[in-house]
Design a protein around this ligand. Structure first.
Ligand code: GDP
Length: 514
């Protein structure tokens, strides 16, 4: 991206194109007020104080009145972009808007590029990159949760955290660099153990930020959750129970859910897009075959797979394993499968990567699940010893397999009765955990942006290299290099260093006029 010439004055429609009660045309640049004055008949705007609004007319070159308008003026640096800015609020007719913009172009303004107002705000030091990105997120926010994280980021919470980490690192770097200056003399200004503990401390700060991305991404984008399982397992009934309404068609005949059904479920601010799928058994007829093909497509995109196991239907745990392994092999979400052996990861995997949940449905009709439930209705998960003998043997066999990380962790097994709405709230809690990670604090700083997440991860990797370097006593210049690498990644987040290549990527996604 070309860094814009800040001596030019830009103009754009700031409201959506089309007919509206009002439309707003926005200017920014050194000649913003002068150009507006040329087409505005009313008070002379140049002589008015900043942050004032003025009523008047916009006149065409041939003397026609184009519209009666309200002009607001903001003088730099106290404006959104940091430059002189005006906003013309006129009637929202596409003709009027077009004519006024044409007039401005004639008088020396140029059309703004997408995101150029916010880019100028960044270049003029009015906001850092994370805040500029938050503006885009704010405009795009569709839910209370995504709005909430964007507002927090816009107010700069993330920036301060990054700056603090950078300061600590710079302090560390200066100690190492100081040693380099005295390289010949073999001095050590900083005790190696102190340095290690400093790096560890910084990594401890980075870690929750990196981990918060699972929640941040879920809040921003929603979570695609596929409900899969064999026909008649109770998928549609479960969807209804989760949504607390009759949405999907429930029937006794296998294969009656013919198409995929998508619904949005809000759990503690995260939007889960629940997709009920047609049965995954062999399709019996053509319509159902289409449903099955769609199911497979959805499974490929799912972040969480809820597998419904009819525990009253005689299906064994080994068969559940086989179904899950087959489903996981189709899922393209990283973490959906364990890359080393292609089998699904449970939601309890150490890094909290979203994966699958096995819902043991129809617990009301299986004495093993039922007894446990009746004895202790608060029972959170069902334990292996509650499984039938045959299943238990399979379970044991699987868990003893060398090199097999694939056993269904018992806390991923959630007994419910979809029909009787038993244990549904607990299942919702598990869904939230699967998306956000366990024990997350929605009040702390949450990283929502993939670019930030990536930079944080790389900064952390560079610090891991610093530690390895310290352990293997490599020379100070290599350590200094790794520290600088880490600093550069952190600087990229807020836009303090080397971000020219990124600008096009970030601001190109904005709408024109922002
Ligand atoms: P799907 O094909 O997986 O979508 O299954 P449905 O939701 O259509 O359910 C199949 C049958 O199982 C229906 O007759 C449901 O009423 C029944 N069913 C679903 N959940 C339960 C449950 O928790 N207990 C019992 N006893 N029956 C259930």
């Amino acid at each position: 991206m070309q860094i814009p010439d800040l001596s030019s004055t830009i103009v754009a429609l700031a409201t959506p194109p089309g007919v509206g009660a009002i439309g707003i045309i926005r200017f920014s640049g050194p000649r913003a007020i002068i150009i507006t004055d040329k087409i505005f008949k009313g008070k002379r705007l140049e002589n008015q104080p900043s942050h004032t609004a003025h009523f008047g007319k916009i006149m065409a070159d041939d003397g026609r009145i184009l519209d009666e308008v309200l002009v607001t003026i903001f003088k730099g640096p106290n404006s959104y972009t940091g430059e002189d800015t005006t906003e013309i609020s006129c009637h929202g007719s596409p003709y009027i808007l077009q004519e006024i913009i044409q007039l401005c172009l004639k008088h020396g303004a140029r059309m703004a590029d997408p995101g150029e107002f916010t880019l100028r705000a960044f270049l003029n030091g009015k906001m850092d990159l994370t805040q500029a990105e938050a503006v885009a997120d704010l405009i795009a926010s569709e839910s209370a949760a995504s709005h909430d994280v964007a507002i927090r980021q816009l107010r700069g919470g993330f920036k301060h955290e990054i700056q603090k980490l950078r300061e600590e690192l710079i302090h560390f770097a200066s100690l190492v660099e100081l040693e380099l200056d005295f390289g010949e003399e073999d001095v050590e200004f900083a005790d190696r153990n102190d340095l290690k503990s400093l790096v560890n401390q910084i990594r401890e700060h980075l870690c929750p930020l990196i981990q918060s991305f699972a929640l941040g991404n879920a809040m921003k984008m929603g979570v695609t959750t596929v409900i899969a399982g064999r026909p008649n397992a109770g998928k549609s009934t479960l969807l209804n129970a989760l949504l607390n309404e009759e949405r999907a068609i429930v029937s006794d005949i296998p294969g009656t859910t013919r198409d995929t059904i998508e619904e949005v479920l809000n759990i503690r601010g995260i939007q889960f897009r629940l997709i009920d799928t047609a049965g995954i058994r062999e399709a019996q007829d053509t319509i159902e075959a289409i449903g099955v093909a769609r199911t497979m497509e959805k499974i490929e995109q799912a972040a969480i797979l809820v597998y419904v196991w009819d525990v009253a239907g005689g299906m064994t745990l080994a068969e559940v394993h086989a179904d899950l392994a087959a489903l996981a092999s189709r899922n393209s979400v990283p973490g959906g499968t364990n890359s080393s052996n292609g089998v699904p990861r449970s939601t309890n995997s150490r890094n909290g990567v979203p994966g699958y949940i096995v819902v043991c449905n129809k617990m009301d009709r299986n004495p093993l699940f039922q007894t446990a439930w009746l004895l202790d209705p608060t029972l959170p998960g069902v334990h292996p010893y509650l499984l039938g003998d045959e299943d238990l043997t399979t379970f044991k066999k699987l868990s003893n397999l060398p090199n097999s990380s694939f056993i269904i962790h018992h806390s991923s097994l959630i007994p419910v009765s979809a029909k009787n709405a038993m244990n549904i709230e607990y299942l919702k809690e598990k869904l939230f955990e699967a998306a956000a990670g366990e024990g997350v604090n929605t009040e702390s700083i949450i990283v929502t942006n993939a670019r930030h997440h990536d930079a944080l991860r790389r900064a952390d990797e560079a610090l891991a290299d610093v530690l390895t370097g310290l352990d293997s006593n490599i020379t100070g210049d290599f350590i200094a290099q790794d520290i600088r690498r880490s600093l550069a990644y952190l600087g990229e987040i807020t836009g303090e260093i080397g971000v020219e290549d990124l600008l096009g990527n970030i601001f190109g996604k904005f709408c024109i006029g922002k």
